[in-house]
Design a protein around this ligand. Structure first.
Ligand SMILES: [Zn+2]
Length: 471
């Protein structure tokens, strides 16, 4: 997806012209009375502390002007004039940071459009203004268009193809064909599942030729090194790292690797961690850790306790029940007994920290809605886990703001608060750099220039909760 293309710029131009015209009309109709007329799409956050995220800094007493879907001006309040007709949002005592990206999210498919639209709203209600949808459907391309046109509220979507598996891609020939079909359909990336090794190699080859990235899991036959050699765009869930660290152990071949390596985690040689990370950096491959995917299943909390978290009321009852069953099933798996599960959590946190220390590219993702990960809400769990793993709040926020724009090779498109960036913003009551928990429950969220104050968000959330109330 190219956020900077000319057609978008042209449509912005027309939108601005239209906004101006409606202002003139509104003014003419109301005559010259001293009535306050605001221009649609023109906002000013006044006297706010800006957390711009291009560097570790907070800028006090600033004004941020938004016009249409773009940040028009950022500067000290005594230097930036609030344009006439702007709707002023009082920022005093508050913090303004860029919107977050969920780089491994899922948007439900066409079977239940209401459910899909509800999940889109849960993302933005939590300040998640970009979602990389990691198992797609043609329906999502349509949905993305409706979001971009302003027909339904939602984040900007980076659209992956349907999950690839030996069912839809049995061999190399089908793989090459699929790459072209996916590309022509308009998907932004190909989601990798556990396909055969020769199918993966053909897919990778063809995808590079066509110019469409591929990302996600790593097929078992390919392994970490194979995926890095193929220049996979991102590895999600830290897939196959544990296997890489364990594979030289004499017992390795007799074991089933289990869930993200849970079956072989006791065999790992920690010295191989640095080697794995070195290869990752060399390949330029991104990592989307999704710590919470494993940690929610491995935690000592019972599923019955977890299903009572306040955010669970926004999920359909059927999904909640499925999550409870899933955790019980995991607790009964041989490869996921408490010792192995806890070790897996530790190793994954160590991996993340070492990746970060070696400056491997990392982007934020939690895998929602999957196992207790309620869209939007789960990103806050994920960020808290990353802080527990040893990153500072600023470092964690970089992975969710600036880095996703870097992943897309559009570093100037969004992810920082600077002139010309997409107007994706989160208004907070406290400094997110002192406590990552301060990002929860925003005072307001702006998505591509559309303003959602807290009360408006809550009204919408209450409607969703009412829909999924269990009697
Ligand atoms: Zn996923």
């Amino acid at each position: 997806m190219n956020y900077n293309d000319d057609s978008k710029r042209m449509s912005n131009f027309f939108r601005h012209a239209l906004v101006l015209l409606s202002f003139v009309l509104a003014f003419t109709i109301t005559g010259c009375e001293e009535e306050e007329v605001t221009i649609p799409g023109l906002y000013a956050f006044s006297d706010v502390t800006v957390v711009p995220m291009h560097t570790v800094v907070v800028l006090e007493n600033h004004t941020v002007v938004v016009r249409g879907d773009e940040i028009e001006a950022v500067g000290p309040s005594d230097q930036i004039e609030i344009p006439e007709g702007a709707r002023v949002i009082d920022g005093s005592g508050r913090y303004l940071m860029p919107g977050l990206a969920e780089m491994h999210g899922h948007i439900p498919g066409p079977d239940d459009p209401q459910y899909a639209e509800d999940m889109l709203f849960l993302y933005i209600s939590n300040g998640v203004t970009t979602v990389r949808n990691m198992s797609g459907h043609n329906y999502h391309l349509e949905l993305t268009e409706r979001i971009d046109n302003g027909d339904i509220p939602g984040p900007s979507v980076i659209a992956a193809t349907p999950w690839t598996s030996p069912d839809n891609i049995p061999g190399p020939e089908e793989a090459r064909e699929a790459v072209h079909d996916f590309y022509e359909a308009g998907f932004d990336l190909i989601k990798i599942g556990n396909i055969r090794g020769d199918a993966y190699e053909a897919l990778a080859d063809e995808a590079h030729a066509v110019g469409i990235p591929f990302a996600g899991h790593i097929p078992e036959e390919i392994g970490l090194t194979g995926a890095l050699e193929a220049r996979q765009a991102s590895i999600d869930h830290l897939d196959r790292y544990v296997e890489f660290m364990a594979e030289e152990h004499p017992e390795y071949d007799d074991r089933d690797p289990g869930f993200f390596g849970s079956g072989v985690v006791d065999l790992i040689d920690e010295d191989r961690m640095e080697e794995a990370i070195g290869q990752t950096i060399e390949a330029g491959t991104w990592n989307i850790p999704t710590l919470s995917l494993v940690e929610h299943l491995a935690s000592p909390q019972t599923p019955e306790e977890m299903i009572n978290w306040p955010e669970m009321r926004y999920m359909p009852p059927g999904v909640r029940e499925h999550w409870v069953d899933a955790k019980h099933n995991f607790q009964n798996r041989d490869d996921f007994q408490p010792e192995a599960a806890q070790r897996l959590v530790e190793v994954r946190r160590d991996l993340l920290l070492m990746m970060h220390e070696h400056e491997a590219p990392i982007a934020l993702g939690s895998d929602a809605p999957q196992f207790f990960n309620v869209p939007g809400f789960s990103i806050h769990h994920e960020m808290a886990m990353m802080v527990e793993a040893g990153l500072t709040p600023y470092e964690v926020l970089v992975t969710g703001t600036r880095n996703p724009a870097g992943y897309l090779n559009t570093p100037d498109a969004f992810g920082t608060i600077e002139d010309g960036r997409r107007a994706d913003l989160i208004l907070l009551e406290a400094n997110p750099l002192t406590d990552i928990g301060n990002v929860r429950e925003p005072a307001g969220v702006m998505v591509r220039g559309e303003w959602w104050p807290e009360e408006r968000i809550q009204t919408h959330l209450d409607e969703i909760a009412a829909r999924y109330e269990q009697d």
